[in-house]
Design a protein around this ligand. Structure first.
Ligand code: MG
Length: 256
């Protein structure tokens, strides 16, 4: 900054600069609004977790389905009616949705799914399922290679809200993989929406939802709307009448 004698035109800049300095002097110190200083040596270390091969559950994950045990899921208030077969969780015809026994809010979810090669996909029919976070916010699951349907209803779509950024779906008979960061919505005590939820989704390792803001509970042919609910709720998987299979399902709850 250049210093100048009073009375010169350049000096007109000085008061502005001084005002700026004055404001800085009265501004609260950064430390008061930050939980930690930059490079604070006392900041707690993140927990160490061990990671095996690609997509195996890390050591701090809760395994919802690892190949044989279906007990992390319920069919309504009954034991899970879907069956474990050859390491896969299989929808049994007409048994309805299943939901996790445990409730979750914000979380990281990994799930692998496959549309059997024998399935015939015709739009929304023949190869449809979905992951409903908190029982109401659907990440669509649909055989989409090939299968033309409305784009906010294809694989990787937040149903009725956002199409996937790209179609990363594998052909029927091959395993697909979703890795999802779900941010739960928050509601004020009176029930008003305080903060909308969001989803980030990697589909076979490809980003297809980039922190997409959830517009409300999934609805068919209707505008999504929020209604207040508990901060944690079960995750459900849809039985749309089609024989999809799942494997390697694990979850890591995240702090809100
Ligand atoms: Mg669906």
């Amino acid at each position: 900054m250049r210093l100048c004698p009073l009375g010169t035109t350049i000096c007109l800049v000085a008061p502005i600069t001084l005002v700026g300095v004055g404001l800085l002097a009265f501004a609260p110190p950064q430390a008061a609004t930050q939980e930690w200083e930059v490079h604070d040596r006392n900041r707690p270390q993140p927990a160490m977790v061990s990671v095996a091969s690609c997509c195996a559950a890390p050591s701090d994950a809760t395994v919802l389905f690892g190949g044989t045990d279906t007990s992390a899921f319920l069919s309504g208030s009954d034991a899970c009616k879907w069956i474990a077969e050859n390491g896969e969780l299989c929808i049994t015809s007409g048994s309805g949705n299943v939901q996790t026994k445990e409730s979750f809010g914000s979380c990281q979810l990994h799930i692998e799914w496959m549309v059997p090669e024998t399935c015939k996909c015709e739009g929304q029919q023949g190869c449809n399922s979905g992951i409903f976070f908190m029982g109401r916010y659907e990440l669509q699951l649909l055989g989409s290679n090939p299968n033309k349907t409305y784009v906010d209803g294809m694989a990787g779509a937040m149903y009725g809200q956002y199409p996937p950024l790209v179609n990363a779906c594998k052909p029927n008979g091959q395993w697909n993989m979703y890795d999802v960061i779900f941010t739960a919505p928050k509601f004020a005590a009176g029930g008003d929406l305080e903060q909308a939820g969001a989803m980030t989704v990697f589909f076979n390792g490809v980003l297809v939802q980039n922190h997409s803001i959830i517009k409300g509970a999934t609805a068919h042919m209707q505008k999504a709307q929020y209604s207040a609910h508990a901060p944690k709720l079960p995750i459900s998987i849809q039985d749309h009448g089609d024989p999809l299979r799942f494997r390697n399902i694990w979850i890591r709850p995240l702090a809100d």
